[in-house]
Design a protein around this ligand. Structure first.
Ligand code: BES
Ligand code: ZN
Length: 907
């Protein structure tokens, strides 16, 4: 990774592989310090490509032997590639045997084969297989795998790999006693990034299931001994995932055995290796005492996500890594739909949608506006690990969602049936292949002839090729005499690195119209005989106008319902219009959005005024009253109320500004929060009392929503109490912290004390640590809460530095590093952006320290400075100095180098 000059890989330079690998037979002698890997492959030349030498990728391997058809052969090294020039000519298959060793216990990058807690794990996506053996490490080479694992029986009683266990037994004793082996055969061809092995002392929760078609399967969740009591929810989520994919898309489990294994050392969330998913413990382990509602929800969606990859990613995979969104965007869309379907009721579905959009807009829109902006299908990259981004994932999912919307028909108004038909055609055409995003879009369009997607497919595909967040301008004109309402939509898209000018996108705009007293008005387009409560306009050009007839009074438009396209909407609605939508919109997304926009507008006005913010009311009386109505509403969901009463984040507010003073944004948001806390104090008291008792814990959406709202109420009550000096409420919150029957309530109480800065917070933090010192995932929360706490007179950084010295802290464990360092650098803008630049100094130290251990994690931390060029002084200059300090290091990994050079190019 540090060797050679980093060169950008270009999509346009794609060529098919010169060789195919049909079968791979791997034998591992597992030893932490020196694992021996015998790799026997059967290869043949690709008849469609001119004859050329075989170039195999390898990294940090010790090469001992290369045999072709059983005999010696000449080879040479070219950088990291093993080059074989004298292979048999012609198109017959031949055998290639390669023997190498590697050192898993020294593998701190956690890519390839590594040791964690005395067990072996692998992580091969995207390019980790080359750290296990020499190979054509590219996703379009799909082979059949046979894997034999050999190891000491006492230390590694469980030996797992992809597919089916076909043989196991004893081997001759080794120096450490009895040894054993297990042989696995994967019945499906796969690219090498889906290879996995696990070996160690693990125990499994098991479940046998019968599919709709009557076939039997064994599901297993492997964890360390002692963690079995935290596997029930993951297993339930897996069973639900299997059932869902069959019911919604007709996609069955294609394996006799499906395994999930948890490890506490993992760079990402989880990995979809065929039949042997490997998970970060964070997304497997949960019981009510240690995990929050959010953890339970995340586990459900990540288990679903990795399981859904079995078809979207594994059966049909990516031709090359530029097509990453083919599997990731599509699979995120599928896991979002799964979570919505699991949530059940319309209101709970809407809550999930709002949460997803919130991530998209705060993180992906920011990415699109910064130096790392790239299309959903990038044109080039230096390090592919840097392109597992919110653009590939979340924007990619929105692109798939728009396809579903664009194949809707009058009888299938959401487009679900049309989309499912498209998926079926995609599998009919491409099962077992490595394909492109174009192939996917073509299949969905071809299955829906005459749909808006089919009619505008070429324009639609600009979503894949163009970076940047489109702006959608909307202006309405009401003609009272003619009783018509004309809506003009126009689009533009700001320049992004390497893309100055953009062609129009296809933008589905779902809308409704409300009268000024809040009633829904029927929509009838001029020239149409049908009237409907809601309609989806499809903008395909720079600008277009649409007329609605039979409109009796000037309407308030509710545009982009359900967030029907990933764009920034500029509709010019004023506060009165938005108050109508907040009170009456039947679309829960837009109802929530109206409240957010009102709060945001108030914030932006106050920020731009050149005056002291403390104590000044920022939110108008009308807005406060409207928010009170939402909070007290008799029928709205608690989960919706929690979202609607939560202020836009500091990062989101900052994103709306050309020049950002993070301290001012923070002060302003704190002022708004205090205002809402005080003005609605009686209402918060009511909300807490009315929602705090939930009986026995269940992670379902409804009870989780009640806990969320009572948690917000606790924070607001503590914020008001700290201001007023009231000691009673914080005392009651502290009591709830101690008495809580589940982690959600306990953590919410702790968080309320910490966030409000109440004196009881220190006692509570100490007690929390004592109670959960043996629960690594809970200790992560303990670090994260402190690193993310609101900054008071610069107190967060000293605490973070002190916590770095805590015996529980470790830079080597990615979860722990993220919980402390990332929570501070990325999730605490006011704590991080200090006028004395000490936050930036800390950031540069940690990027460099992490880069020496784990470049992938270091590069993610490096991105905390993406938006530096929009900072106000003195932050901007100080940030630049810190970035340059990192850039000056000569032996940076390619991962960090790419992020840092892009950041500097933003100046
Ligand atoms: N294929 C990825 C895991 C991965 C990502 C491996 C990057 C190598 C490099 C997996 O399917 C995934 O997307 N995991 C997500 C969680 C998911 C629910 C979005 C992750 O790990 O963050
Ligand atoms: Zn994925």
């Amino acid at each position: 990774m540090r060797e050679g000059q980093p060169t950008a890989i270009q999509l346009a330079a794609y060529t098919a592989p010169a060789f195919w690998i049909d079968t791979v037979d791997l034998t591992f002698d597992l030893d932490p310090a020196k694992t021996r890997v015998l790799n026997k492959m059967r290869l043949r030349r690709n008849p469609d490509v001119a004859a050329q030498p075989l170039r195999l990728d390898g990294e940090e391997l010790n090469l001992a032997r290369v045999l072709v058809n059983g005999g010696g052969t000449s080879f040479k090294m070219d950088g990291n590639q093993l080059v074989l020039e004298n292979l048999p000519e012609g198109h017959d298959a031949f055998d290639l045997e390669i023997f190498t060793t590697c050192n898993p216990e020294k593998n701190t990058q956690l890519m390839g084969l590594y040791v964690s807690n005395e067990s072996f794990f692998t992580q091969c996506e995207a390019e980790g297989f080359r750290r296990i053996t020499y190979f054509l490490d590219r996703p379009d080479v799909m082979a059949s795998y046979t894997v034999t694992l050999r190891a000491d029986k006492a230390k590694y009683p469980v030996l797992l790999s992809n597919g089916n266990l076909v043989e196991q037994g004893a081997l001759e004793d080794g120096p450490n006693g009895p040894r054993h082996f297990a042989k696995w055969v994967d019945p499906h061809k796969k690219p090498c990034y889906l290879f996995a092995l696990v070996a160690g002392q693990l125990v499994a929760r098991e479940q046998r299931i019968v599919s709709r078609s009557g076939t039997e399967h064994l599901l297993q969740v492997f964890v360390r001994p002692g963690d079995l009591d935290k596997t029930e929810h993951a297993m339930n989520s897996l069973m639900a995932s299997v059932a869902w994919d069959e019911a919604r898309f007709g996609l069955p489990l294609d394996l006799e055995r499906f395994m999930i294994v948890a490890t506490s050392d993992f760079n990402m969330g989880a990995m979809e290796n065929k039949g042997l998913n490997i998970f970060n413990t964070k997304y497997v382990l949960a019981n009510p005492a240690t995990a929050t509602d959010m953890d339970f929800g995340n586990i459900e969606s990540v288990v679903g996500h990795e399981y859904f990859h079995n078809w979207t990613g594994n059966r049909i995979t990516c031709r090359d890594w530029f097509q990453l969104s083919l599997k990731e965007g599509l699979t995120v869309f599928r896991d979002q739909e799964f979570s919505q379907d699991m949530a059940g009721e319309a209101s709970a579905r809407a809550v999930k949608r709002i949460e997803d959009v919130r991530v998209l807009r705060t993180v992906q829109f920011a990415e699109d506006a910064g130096p790392m902006a790239h299309p959903v299908r990038p044109d080039s990259y230096v390090e592919i690990n840097n392109f597992y981004t919110v653009t590939i994932y979340e924007k990619g999912a929105e692109v798939v969602r728009m396809m579903q919307t664009l194949v809707a028909t009058p009888t299938d108004s959401l487009g679900r049936d049309g989309f499912a038909k498209g998926m079926k055609l995609y599998f009919d055409r491409h099962d077992g292949q490595a394909v492109t995003c174009d192939d996917f879009a073509q299949a969905i369009a071809d299955a829906n002839p005459g749909s808006a997607l089919a009619l505008h497919l070429d324009t639609f595909k600009h979503w894949y090729s163009q970076a940047g967040t489109p702006r959608l301008q909307a202006t309405g004109a009401y003609n009272a005499a003619e009783r018509t309402y004309t809506l003009t939509l126009s689009q533009s898209c700001p320049a992004t690195p390497d893309q100055d000018r953009k062609a129009p996108f296809v933008i589905p705009v779902t809308l409704g119209l409300l009268s000024r007293d809040g009633a829904a008005l029927p929509l009838q387009l001029a020239g149409s005989s049908e009237a409907a409560p809601q309609h989806t306009l499809v903008l395909t050009e720079a600008s277009a106008s649409y007329s609605f007839v039979n409109i009796d009074s000037e309407p308030v438009p509710s545009l982009l319902r359900g967030f029907s396209a990933p764009v920034v909407l500029e509709d010019g609605l004023n506060a009165d219009d938005l108050l109508i939508l907040l009170a009456h919109d039947s679309d829960p997304f837009n109802q929530w959005e109206a409240g957010q926009r009102l709060m945001l507008q108030s914030a932006l006005v106050a920020i731009q005024q050149n005056k002291d913010l403390t104590g000044q009311p920022v939110l108008s009386d009308a807005l406060v009253a409207a928010l009170r109505n939402v909070l007290r509403h008799p029928t709205l969901d608690a989960a919706f109320k929690d979202l609607a009463l939560t202020l836009p984040s500091e990062n989101y507010i900052a994103d709306q500004l050309d020049v950002v003073d993070p301290q001012r944004v923070h002060a302003l948001r704190e002022t708004m929060r205090l205002q809402l806390a005080s003005a609605l104090q009686a209402d918060w008291q009511w909300a807490w009392d009315a929602h705090k008792n939930n009986g026995a814990y269940s992670p379902d959406a409804k009870s989780a929503g009640r806990r969320a709202l009572s948690g917000l109420a606790m924070t607001m009550l503590c914020v008001a109490a700290v201001q007023s000096g009231d000691a009673v409420t914080p005392g009651r919150v502290y009591q709830q912290f101690k008495d809580a029957g589940n982690m959600t309530d306990r953590f919410n109480a702790l968080s309320a004390l910490v966030v409000s800065g109440h004196a009881l917070a220190q006692d509570a933090l100490a007690l929390f640590h004592k109670l959960f010192q043996h629960e690594a995932l809970v200790i992560d929360k303990w670090f994260a809460l402190q690193a993310g706490a609101p900054d008071r007179a610069g107190d967060v950084l000293p605490r973070v530095r002190q916590l770095m010295q805590h015996p529980d802290f470790s830079l080597r464990n990615p979860n722990r590093a993220r919980s402390l360092i990332f929570s501070y650098c990325s999730a605490n803008p006011a704590g991080f952006h200090r006028a004395d630049a000490a936050g930036y100094v800390y950031w540069s130290e940690q990027v460099l320290a992490l880069d020496a251990i784990n470049p992938q994690v270091a590069a993610r931390l490096a991105r905390a400075m993406d938006r530096w060029s929009r900072l106000a002084e003195p932050y901007r200059s100080a940030a630049k100095v810190a970035i340059e300090r990192v850039a000056a290091k000569t032996d940076l990994s390619n991962d960090v180098r790419e992020v840092i050079s892009r950041a500097l190019s933003a100046a």
